[in-house]
Design a binder for this molecule. Structure first.
Ligand code: FAD
Ligand code: SF4
Ligand code: SF4
Length: 479
């Protein structure tokens, strides 16, 4: 066991071993093997225990990373787990799917010259070990407050808030239009990044804590928001963003050109054993097809890697910028390349053609121009001649916008930004409707799981403060 820290000069970085490509293409299981206690202790001991830990500064949850790394290196795993769980409701999920190369690890001071401490892998190891050892305790409240909160959306934002609020003694009812809880953790993110069991065990824990779930219940359709506001002392909206951005190229309505989330939901549901007619008919199955995915974010990476596992004959990813300017995690790009995905940088589809369904994507080449107002290099058509790509299945993964929530909830007073995300007070998380709060992607636009957790925690704290203040006002009025 490691007896001191700062071992980075002696010990090289070691990420958990990846399964062989042929093996991982043949199933949907997670691709990384797990650290055992000796590897976790050794890797944790590489940390230089910075006085100002940039890893923590760049973790959206402000995790106390150096301290739990030190405890891990010392073999004090239960304490390390407790410290990591103090700031994060789902550390084992973040350890698996945070883009660490852009967050904690990308900002680790030993990254330059020695390669970062493997923070995500240690975080995942700690909570997986805690579950195996029975250290993960259900956070039952010390006393009941006699007030109930309604949470709309059982994604990571809604679930983190639900756990915090229940622990404070509120009755918590979570409403979701899906038949399972987890939001994009279940229906968006594929099993090879995050196995469903990891989410299910959290769902069981929340149920044991006393959180009540109302599934297959879409607010705005099955229950009006007004009814929810009458039932509960406060409401949290954590509905995510689901309206897919579309392409405007001629031929884009041809059969065989499908939105990314339809494709991923079908694959995830199939894996869960559900009946999926559009998968069984072949429409959303990539088997024996030449697949073209348009986009360069996490969703596009999940689509290309799903297609590779479904037995596509070829998988190509078109992205309008270059590799250095991709929004998706570089680690995922590398995994996709290993799994046989071919990237066509600086390429966009300008039209599609085919007889009964799509057969050809016609491509324009782009080049990078000057930085725009955001500092990012703009893209413009280049003079390179256009080209063609044979395709049987085209998957559009261009990002998501919010649905029209004021319309959906029949609440015209629910204020939105010009992007359609919910307007909230930056500190209190309250929307323009009194007692109605919001968190996660519906506020930020498409973002990350770790940010949804952070928002859910902050919104829960704000709801608690708000209800305390309301109770105080009521007590004064009653005097
Ligand atoms: P969601 O997870 O979207 O959950 C919202 C929930 O609200 C859903 O369950 C939905 O059914 C429910 N809902 C919506 N409307 C209603 C209604 N009217 N009534 C009742 N229920 C409703 N992030 C990462 O950090 N790492 C990754 O690797 C990663 N990969 C991704 C891959 C894909 C394919 C996608 C699409 C996203 C990915 N993300 C990733 C982003 C991440 O999943 C989201 O940022 C995160 O899930 C947002 O959490 P949320 O709680 O705000 O919303
Ligand atoms: Fe890194 Fe994400 Fe864990 Fe924070 S939550 S330490 S960013 S893996
Ligand atoms: Fe340790 Fe790296 Fe964080 Fe410094 S930045 S405390 S070396 S993990």
């Amino acid at each position: 066991m490691a007896d001191r820290m700062l071992q980075f000069v002696r010990l090289p970085q070691l990420q958990p071993e990846k399964r062989a490509v042929a093996e991982r293409r043949a199933d949907f299981d997670e691709i990384y093997r797990r650290f055992g206690p000796p590897e976790a202790a050794r890797q944790a001991s590489r940390c230089s225990q910075c006085g100002v830990p940039f890893c923590s500064v760049h973790c959206p949850l402000g995790n106390d990373i150096p301290d739990w790394l030190k405890l891990t290196a010392e073999g004090r795993l239960e304490e390390a787990y407790e410290l990591s769980a103090a700031t994060n409701n789902f550390p084992e999920i973040c350890g698996r799917i945070c883009p660490q190369d852009r967050l904690c690890e990308g900002n680790c001071v030993i990254e330059k010259g020695y390669e970062a401490v493997t923070i995500g892998a240690v975080e995942r190891f700690l909570t997986d070990t805690a579950f195996a050892q029975g250290w993960v305790r259900t956070r039952r409240p010390a006393r009941e407050r006699g007030l109930s909160i309604g949470v709309i959306g059982a994604g990571p934002g809604g679930l983190a808030a639900a756990e915090e609020l229940r622990a404070l003694g509120y009755a918590v009812d979570v409403y979701d239009r899906h038949d399972r809880i987890g939001g994009l953790l279940i229906y968006g993110i594929p099993n090879f990044k995050l196995e469903k069991e990891i989410v299910f065990r959290r769902a069981e824990q929340l149920a044991a804590q006393g959180v009540r779930f109302h599934l297959n219940c879409e607010i705005g359709r099955d229950l009006p928001l007004g009814e929810l506001r009458r039932r509960h002392a406060a409401i949290l909206i954590a509905t995510g963003v689901y309206r897919p951005r579309d392409l405007t190229a001629p031929g884009v309505t041809l059969p065989g050109i499908v939105p990314a989330l339809d494709y991923l939901i079908a694959s995830n549901r199939k894996g869960l054993g559900d009946a999926v007619p559009d998968f069984d008919s072949g429409l959303l199955d990539a088997r024996n097809k030449r697949v073209v995915v348009v986009g360069g974010g996490d969703t596009a990476m999940d689509c290309v890697r799903t297609a590779a596992r479904q037995g596509a004959t070829s998988v190509k990813c078109l992205y309008r910028r270059d590799r250095a300017n991709m929004p998706g995690s570089m680690r995922e790009v590398k995994n996709a390349e290993e799994e046989g995905v071919e990237f066509l940088w600086l390429s966009v589809p300008k039209a599609f053609s085919g007889v009964q369904s799509v057969q050809t994507a016609h491509l324009s080449r782009m080049r990078l121009g000057l930085p725009d107002s955001s500092g990012r290099q703009s893209v413009e058509p280049s003079n390179t001649p256009s080209s063609r790509l044979e395709a049987d299945l085209v998957i559009k993964a261009l990002g998501f916008d919010p649905e029209d929530l004021p319309l959906q909830f029949a609440e015209p007073d629910l204020a939105v930004t010009r992007w359609g995300t919910l307007k909230i007070h930056h500190r209190s998380f309250m929307t323009s409707l009194p007692g109605v709060f919001a968190a996660g992607d519906i506020v930020r636009g498409a973002s990350l799981v770790v940010w949804a957790i952070r928002d859910g925690r902050d919104a829960a704290a704000s709801i608690h403060t708000y209800l305390d203040q309301e109770a105080a006002k009521f007590a004064v009025a009653a005097e």
